[in-house]
Design a protein. Sequence first.
Length: 217
Amino acid sequence: MTANTLSRVDRAPVTAHAIKSPRKLIEVALPLDAISMGCQQEKNPFLKGHPRSIHLWWARRPLAAARAVLFAQLVNDPGYQQGGGFKYGRNKKEAAEERKRLFKIIEDLVQWDNINNETILGSARTEIRRSWREVCELNKDHPQAAELFNPEKPPAFHDPFAGGGAIPLEAQRLGLESYASDLNPVAVLINKAMIEVPPKFAGRTPVGPELEPKKGA
């Protein structure tokens, strides 16, 4: 045997600890008609507050689709499942009723009129946090549980080629710590204007010449 062969024989095998994760809602079903209607609403060129008013990015994704897909990727499907050392979910009838409730959240989320509705956004964030806590509970015996499965800190979101920024913007709207990057400096500027700068000034009193008190008033 060569020295390299001996080292391979003597070395203890490394086994990765399996991560337990239920199927996500997006793997089972989505209210596609409602999502499509939400995307259709965004084609209205007169919508106020839409990111396209910052800059017309040629490959902009519909915000409604990004919001719905992110939610469905983060929320556990309620259906019963087992395998991989864990059991999760409800029976077929109860799971169907629970999916209807989750679909209603998505149907509300994708409506443009609800884009800043904190009640609806709060419901979505609550479901995301609940699903994350369920995943953390399933993985509480993982050797890196303290690092990877903190129930009070959902995983951050990073889009390495964010382009117009629809996906990281909606991840941030859904309560995730969101990061965006791109090779195109125009895309970087758009994402700074949408994702990086606004949170720093959220809740502060607006400033501007029209808001300054008039002399003699």
